[in-house]
Design a protein around this ligand. Structure first.
Ligand SMILES: [Zn+2]
Length: 180
């Protein structure tokens, strides 16, 4: 089960707090569920789930780590569990979608009908032309990483921009590919 984006404090068996950073409803970047019981200075205190009477949910939009939290909303246990289960479900769906895309990419060289080999992420320097010249201006330069695959027979290359999929890609399952 994927728990990426769901963090239990101090442990998953009987948490006091659950932090979610993935699989959240549209527009929400972080959420935190804390298990609580009546008492303490503020009327409620954080306790382990086994000792809790209800839960609090607070959410945040945007990327700043502090601030931006909503006022806590009181939830029943059932609602809190469902909130976490829904996030887990969305994370699983996202993982499946990414896996589907990765597995559908064909790395076969169209001329040599053999699979290209992963070379790693190559850095490309990009730039804009300087004023009154065709030469690149130094201030406009940027390093862009591309994941490169090369056919070891003809040398043709295939590139994927960094930040979309994890590499190396698996390539299509054997059977789509001619035997070497
Ligand atoms: Zn080739």
């Amino acid at each position: 089960m994927s728990d990426r984006g769901i963090e239990y404090k101090p442990d998953a068996d009987d948490p006091k707090r659950v932090r979610l950073t993935s699989g959240l409803p549209e527009g929400i970047s972080r959420a935190e569920i804390s298990y609580r019981a009546a008492g303490g200075l503020r009327g409620t205190r954080e306790v382990r789930r086994s000792a809790a009477e209800f839960a609090h949910l607070r959410t945040a939009v945007g990327s700043g780590y502090d601030g931006g939290w909503s006022t806590p909303e009181q939830l029943t246990f059932g609602h809190a569990e469902r909130y976490i289960e829904q996030a887990r479900h969305r994370i699983r769906q996202q993982d499946n979608e990414v896996r589907r895309i990765r597995e559908s990419i064909d790395l076969t060289c169209p001329w040599c009908t053999r699979e290209r080999t992963y070379l790693g992420a190559l850095g490309f320097v990009t730039g804009v032309a300087g004023i009154l010249t065709d030469r690149p201006a130094e201030w406009g330069q940027e390093l862009v990483h591309q994941h490169a695959y090369r056919c070891d027979r003809c040398g043709s290359m295939q590139y994927f921009a960094d930040g979309f999929l994890t590499h190396p890609l698996p390539g299509r399952p054997t059977g789509d590919r001619p035997r070497a």
